[in-house]
Design a protein around this ligand. Sequence first.
Ligand SMILES: C[C@](O)(CO)[C@H](O)COP(=O)(O)OP(=O)(O)OC[C@H]1O[C@@H](n2ccc(N)nc2=O)[C@H](O)[C@@H]1O
Ligand SMILES: Nc1ncnc2c1ncn2[C@@H]1O[C@H](COP(=O)(O)OP(=O)(O)OP(=O)(O)O)[C@@H](O)[C@H]1O
Length: 277
Amino acid sequence: MAIEAFAPAKINLTLHVTGQRDDGYHLLDSLVVFAGVGDTIRVASSDALSLEIGGPEAGGLSAEPDNLVLRAARLLAPGRGAAITLTKRLPVASGIGGGSADAAATLHALSQLWELSAPTAEQALTLGADVPVCLSTSPARMRGIGERLGPVPTLPKMDIVLVNPRVAVSTPVVFRSLTAKNNPPMEADLPRWRDLPSFISWLGGQRNDLAESAIAQQPVIADVLNALRDTGALFVGMSGSGATCFGLFPRDETSVRAMSALATEHRDWWVARGPRL
Ligand SMILES: C[C@](O)(CO)[C@H](O)COP(=O)(O)OP(=O)(O)OC[C@H]1O[C@@H](n2ccc(N)nc2=O)[C@H](O)[C@@H]1O
Ligand SMILES: Nc1ncnc2c1ncn2[C@@H]1O[C@H](COP(=O)(O)OP(=O)(O)OP(=O)(O)O)[C@@H](O)[C@H]1O
């Protein structure tokens, strides 16, 4: 028996850093959504636990025991076997939670294969702060260090374009170099957005508090934001700790044109279209 699970890119449309815990982890308040582009996990019965990695972004990774896919398998059932294949399409260490999404998809696929109940958000958190939110793949408000998840009002329909300038950004380094760690959260109750313009206008008042620190580490991120702006995106921002940036578009052909313009002008960048949030 083989089971497949999709591991979509996670996008932080907002990312407010609101404090720091005694153990060094930062408190966040983030509006998280998932795109239609992502990795695939396939699991099949086997006596031994193994991982094979393929796909266009496989080069950035090795199937070492610390791969999040293998860590997720060991967390679910230490000592059990499965033949796992990861098709890697998301760039590694790029702020769109590839490793966390892979871990969450592995937990889903293996709990089906092994007929076990899915792990709790608390267990998932031991694999990474982004793993709990990636378990649900629905839009969510993420607080705490990533374990406090809540629903968000229905988002208007939109398209999204993702751009990564092919530079890896280290999440711990970005957090460590933050100067302001006690920033205001989003409002207690998120508004009920009427339509895309009202959502875009609300986003304009939000922040990614990691952006400045990430741009200091990799100045090309500022070029990516400008390039996305030049395509006519309604809103541009950086996801997570970078370097991937996103542009939001109306649900029409604009995002298709933007994507092909970016891919033509910046052949060395990774460009993907949602296609839908
Ligand atoms: C920045 C985000 O992408 C926003 O969604 C995530 O919070 C990062 O999630 P992640 O990559 O799964 O993070 P982890 O693998 O748990 O942590 C990597 C490192 O980032 C820092 N880290 C991460 C999450 C958090 N809330 N506070 C932190 O300070 C810590 O230094 C930690 O050692
Ligand atoms: N299956 C995996 N896919 C990607 N990275 C992995 C995986 N397993 C382990 N890693 C390691 O995890 C680190 C973070 O990679 P990942 O792609 O999840 O970062 P990210 O996109 O910045 O995540 P986030 O947005 O959650 O901070 C990398 O240094 C990578 O070597």
